[in-house]
Design a protein around this ligand. Structure first.
Ligand code: ADP
Length: 618
């Protein structure tokens, strides 16, 4: 007996889920095994073509299904690239790829297991129907072959085996039927036929099934079950939504249905078909370095690259899918591909297509667009920022923000369309939520005038607004900026007078704050609040916070804080009457209050509390 090896812990859990999954979803195992077989043939076919080896011709590749009712086995064979002993161990002993990692974490209860049916987990899904699985495989270019055998939970064993041909044969010993579950039906020709038609019709190699001969001693015959026309070469109106969904889920390892399918073809300067999918959710590693963008690239029906990065701009890296082009040569190398004019033309087209589809989604189903934006909006913003605004035309009208006046997200254009007469700039503020921003002292005045404020909730937002500078001739202004041009001439005059008259007060307060502020200044822009903070440099307080959170931030520029005092607030009068010691406390308290209101922590909590106590005792 060959030695038993254990599945990796994560795979073990996945296996348990498979074995106990509910019956109605079990049928997808066939789709998964066929999809693996097709991939393996793709690999072998491509390598034969590249090496110029006479090898097999395209017609000789196929996937064979044999059902043996007596032995209760279903066998799926392919003459694809095969696996070495090591590959069998590594590929079939471990699940830690694609979305499965995330999936494992989120699934805990029996009801949740239900989601399994909505997607594929590849090879493992076979354990939903089989009590025993044998995989015989011989790798291309090798003489020896290996058998992988497993009865599920207790691990797997590897042993040498005789095999004449390169390729893989997977034999499933089906589970016994129970009162509820009928596994035997997967041995029925009509059932297998229907499953292949439903899930694997587009597979480009023939899927043949052995059919029993008519009458006694008659030879069995082979019947091809699939139409073999790739889904992306079909006419859009021939393809049902379920076909796209099933194709997406089994080929791109997502358990959710795609939010939108983009099926496009072009002729002329670049001839290609593209089948692109907008995922419903961001993959768990999307915002990490691990994530690899790219589309599958086919040259006239042959898969030549699994992740072609050059086909997708970074801003749309969330798109999954494939491109098949008649213009590309099969032998093209990665380096040459980067230079390829055709490829660049296709990439440009695809970029435009994705953009127009996102716009269409926004117009046709705003809730769906908002959900998309929730998952991937951050990426659009980063891409626009990283391009120094060069991708403005492509991305600007895809952006959305909360605002102080609306319950729903707004684009810049929607905000501008709602601007009341007299409002000449676009106003924004950074904060945790619209509700919090609405309560900012600086906001009060704007709200009273009927002006809306865009709520910037992501760290990147303010940096982006600075890069964009203006939109449709309307400048973007932070409500924390110095000159909002909202004060009347009369108000400005009063502020100037206050600055002159109370010069000493402002100086003393600045001194009391010991270098924490660059200036203490009068303002008439506040209503009910006594103070607010602004920055007199290009770097706002919030930008400083984002910058300082980065490694090596010491050298980065900082905000120049200005504490503004509301000259119409009773506290302003009180300040003028204070003793120097008291003024020091007041200055500190007001400064810390302003910090708190802006969403920053107080600098010295103990001192802050003590100052309040002194005031209370007074
Ligand atoms: P996935 O298909 O998502 O990679 P699977 O669990 O279905 O996950 O398969 C794991 C790996 O095993 C595949 O990536 C492939 O390398 C290998 N494999 C599976 N089936 C075959 C096959 N029929 N021929 C060759 N390799 C295969």
């Amino acid at each position: 007996m060959p030695e038993k090896k254990q599945f990796q812990a994560e795979s073990q859990r996945m296996l348990d889920l498979m074995i106990h999954s509910i019956y109605t979803h079990k049928e997808i195992f066939l789709r998964e095994l066929i999809s693996n077989a097709s991939d393996a043939i793709d690999k072998r076919y491509y390598q034969t073509l590249q090496s110029g080896d006479s090898g097999l011709t395209r017609e000789q590749f196929s996937i064979a299904i044999v059902a043996d009712k007596e032995a209760r086995t279903l066998t799926i064979s392919d003459n694809g690239c095969g696996m070495s002993m090591e590959e069998l161990e590594n590929n079939l002993g471990i699940i830690a790829k694609s979305g499965s990692l995330e999936f494992k974490k989120s699934i805990q209860t029996a009801e949740e297991i239900d989601v399994i049916g909505q997607f594929g987990v590849g090879f493992y899904s076979a354990f939903m129907v089989a009590q025993e699985i044998t995989v015989d495989s011989r790798k291309m270019g090798e003489e020896s072959a290996t058998r992988w055998f497993s009865q599920g939970a207790d691990g797997f064993a590897l042993s040498p085996v005789e095999r004449a041909e390169v390729g893989t044969t997977i034999t499933l010993k089906l589970k016994e039927d129970t009162d509820d579950d009928n596994y035997g039906e997967f041995l029925e020709e009509h059932r297998v036929k229907a499953l292949v038609k439903r899930y694997s019709d587009y597979i480009r190699y023939p899927i043949r099934m052995q059919m029993p001969g008519e009458g006694e001693d008659a030879e069995p015959s082979w019947e091809t079950l699939n139409s073999m026309s790739p889904l992306w070469r079909k006419n859009k109106n021939e393809v049902k939504p379920e076909d796209y969904e099933s194709f997406y889920q089994s080929n791109f390892h997502d358990f959710e249905k795609p939010r939108r399918v983009i099926h496009a073809s072009a002729e002329g300067a670049a001839t290609y078909q593209a089948l692109l999918f907008l995922p419903a959710k961001a993959p768990y590693n999307y915002y990490s370095k691990e994530f690899e963008k790219g589309l599958k690239l086919y040259a006239n029906g042959v898969l030549i690259m699994e992740h072609c990065k050059d086909l997708l701009p970074d801003c749309f890296s969330f798109i999954n899918g494939l491109v098949d082009s008649q213009d590309l040569s099969l032998n093209i190398s990665r380096e040459m591909l980067q230079q390829d004019r055709q490829l660049r033309a296709i990439a440009k087209n695809i970029e435009k297509k994705i953009k127009s589809e996102l716009k269409a989604l926004m117009e046709e189903d705003r809730a769906a667009y908002d959900a998309f934006y929730g998952a991937f909006g951050l990426n659009l913003k980063y891409a626009l920022y990283a391009s120094f605004g060069m991708q403005r035309e492509l991305l600007l009208d895809l952006l959305e923000f909360n605002t102080t006046a609306q319950e729903k997200l707004s684009t810049f254009a929607e905000y501008i369309a709602r601007m009341p007469e007299g409002q000449s700039a676009i106003y924004y503020a950074t904060g945790e939520s619209a509700a919090q921003i609405k309560r900012l002292p600086q906001c009060e005045r704007l709200t009273e005038m009927g002006y809306e404020v865009l709520c910037l909730q992501d760290d990147i937002d303010e940096f982006l607004c600075k890069t964009l500078h203006s939109i449709e001739d309307k400048e973007l202004h932070s409500i924390a900026e110095a000159e909002l041009e909202l004060e009347s001439d009369e108000e400005k005059k009063r502020v100037d007078e206050a600055r002159e008259a109370q010069r000493q007060l402002f100086e003393r307060m600045k001194e009391a704050l010991e270098g924490r502020v660059a200036e203490v200044a009068p303002t008439a822009k506040l209503k009910s609040h006594p103070v607010c903070l602004r920055s007199s440099s290009e770097i706002s307080l919030d930008m400083e916070r984002v910058l300082q959170a980065q490694p090596g931030a010491q050298a980065l520029p900082k905000a120049e804080r200005v504490l503004e005092l509301n000259i119409d607030h009773p506290i302003y009068g009180k300040l003028q009457r204070l003793e120097p010691e008291q003024l020091k406390d007041y200055a500190n308290l007001l400064y810390n209050q302003a910090l708190l209101i802006e969403g920053f922590p107080v600098e010295d909590a103990v001192e802050f509390a003590s100052a309040i106590c002194r005031l209370m005792v007074d």
